[in-house]
Design a protein around this ligand. Structure first.
Ligand code: ADP
Length: 481
């Protein structure tokens, strides 16, 4: 790569916030490219043109008409539309095809609808066809999660046919190892991937083609969303049965922490909270606690510790550790989340039995979430596993002290200077850690204030993470083929 030219990245994702988002993948895809262009990267994003993308809000224009995309079924055609990532000049190429005309991003496998494995195989292939048509020769294709796990297979196959992508390298980011994308072997024929690729042969033994496995084994480099999670997934418990595969890439596997949107999550400018505040006037934070207690119907008392938890209510998040026993602690709790019915019931039952101590808000509510981040004293994340986790970083930005289980990104972001953590997954450990935290809260206000300030001073912006990604891109672009 000549020194002065910008490094060129094609970024493939099934979600890009705010255009189309279900979860964390969308957040990363919407935020990381913005931080990267500030570092001088030429990054273009490719996303399916889902029926749910709001064209009134996000103006689009057609840039390619009827482009043939070869598949084993027949030669399909796509149109390519272009929009930009809102508020930026970053091009987003939208792949238009019947597969994506739905109001949902993921369809699962419903009868008489195309299945997601086929849809995202097609999307990945179509994205490469689009890049070629636009004569955009990326130094690196950055693929994300199982949906685009076949990128490297396509590149290897295409490189046997022509040299357009001959110098292109691939980076594969694992956001969620639990979701892998397992297809029947026929997908190889549909995708027109070279059957003789060594990585296809690895999968053939299991009688499925696992897109996550293909991404991990086929890509030039692999990363996940925190350094600790990158180590943990090499072991049995977290590995979702892929530890053997991941170990093969151990020396090419990196952990890069996600960032948070420090503009959106900023107590000094946040319009969703009751009272703005900053490092300089942290006492004002208390007004948010009083507003929160009032809104929830908890006793209004600035002196009692308030513990917040905001989460999808799923197995991963460790909610089963919170029991009736916790009512013996001198504090109030607020839980905000939705998810598995039995976990929702568990929290509702606590709130019913101890209404002056527990509040369970079973809903998705951005405004209440911000008020909890601002109004709580302690933020709880007792996760079983956590690839990165955003809540603990947001909490610290609001001077709310995190109490977490030391796993994945939680272990990387919370330490004794900024919060509390426990290692063993047990209710007793969580209880004791909370008890210890409360003791400091009540008896050592200066120490507590220092914890808050240390957290608020931490830099969780995307800028830091983007620099790490740029290092990987450069490593790839400068490597010999
Ligand atoms: P995950 O990606 O596993 O859901 P993270 O901690 O990485 O967990 O991110 C969760 C994000 O979603 C946080 O910003 C959190 O505040 C937000 N969130 C989760 N549940 C709710 C809810 N019920 N209402 C509002 N925001 C929520």
């Amino acid at each position: 790569m000549p020194k002065k030219s910008k490094i060129k990245i094609l970024f493939l994702s099934a979600e890009v916030a705010p255009l189309a988002k279900v979860g964390g993948l969308g957040d990363v895809a919407g935020a990381l490219p913005q931080a990267l262009i500030k570092l001088g990267v030429d990054i273009r994003i490719c996303l399916p043109f889902y029926g749910l993308i709001n064209q009134k809000k996000y103006p689009t224009k057609k840039i390619i008409n009827r482009l043939a995309v070869p598949t084993g079924d027949k030669n399909e055609t796509i149109d390519v539309w272009q929009t930009s990532l809102p508020g930026t000049k970053i091009s987003v190429y939208l792949i238009k095809h019947n597969f994506f005309n739905f109001k949902k991003i993921y369809l699962g496998k419903p009868a008489n609808r195309p299945d997601d494995l086929k849809r995202f195989t097609f999307f990945t292939r179509a994205a490469l066809t689009t890049a070629k048509k636009l004569n955009f020769k990326p130094d690196v294709i950055h693929a994300n999660d199982w949906h685009t796990g076949l990128t490297a297979d396509f590149i290897k196959t295409l490189n046997r046919q022509n040299n357009f992508f001959a110098k292109t390298k691939t980076l594969y980011t694992i956001h969620n190892l639990a979701s892998q994308g397992k297809a029947k072997p026929e997908i190889v024929g549909y995708a027109k991937i070279d059957r003789n690729l060594a990585i296809i042969k690895v999968d053939a033994g299991n009688n499925d083609i696992n897109f996550m496995v293909q991404g991990v084994l086929g890509s030039d480099l692999v990363n996940t969303v925190s350094p600790t999670y990158a180590k943990e997934i090499l072991g049995h418990y977290q590995g979702a049965n892929l530890e053997k595969i991941l170990k093969k890439r151990k020396s090419d596997l990196y952990g890069i922490l996600n960032g948070i949107d420090t503009g959106f999550f900023n107590p000094a400018t946040d319009n969703l909270i009751s009272q703005k505040y900053s490092l300089k006037n942290l006492d004002k934070k208390t007004a948010n606690k009083l507003a929160l207690q009032k809104q929830l119907g908890l006793p209004i008392d600035k002196n009692i510790a308030l513990i917040g938890l905001i989460s999808r209510l799923v197995w991963q998040k460790g909610l089963d550790l919170i029991t009736e026993n916790f009512s013996r602690l001198n504090c109030q709790f607020v839980f905000l989340g939705t998810g598995q019915p039995e976990l929702e019931q568990q929290l509702l039952a606590l709130a019913k039995k101890f209404p002056s101590q527990f509040s369970a808000q079973i809903k998705f509510d951005e405004k209440l979430a911000h008020l909890i981040y601002a109004g709580a004293d302690i933020f709880l994340m007792p996760s079983r596993f956590e690839p990165c986790g955003l809540g603990q970083m947001i909490a610290m930005r609001y001077g709310t002290v995190p109490l977490v289980r030391a796993t994945g990104g939680l272990a990387d972001t919370v330490n004794g200077k900024t919060g509390f953590s426990f290692k063993k997954y047990s209710g007793e450990k969580l209880y004791k850690t909370l008890w210890r935290a409360l003791k400091i809260y009540y008896d050592q206000p200066k120490t507590w204030r220092q914890l808050q300030l240390n957290g608020m001073r931490k830099d969780f912006s995307w800028k830091k993470s983007a620099k790490e990604y740029l290092k990987l891109y450069k490593k790839l672009a400068n490597a010999k083929k």
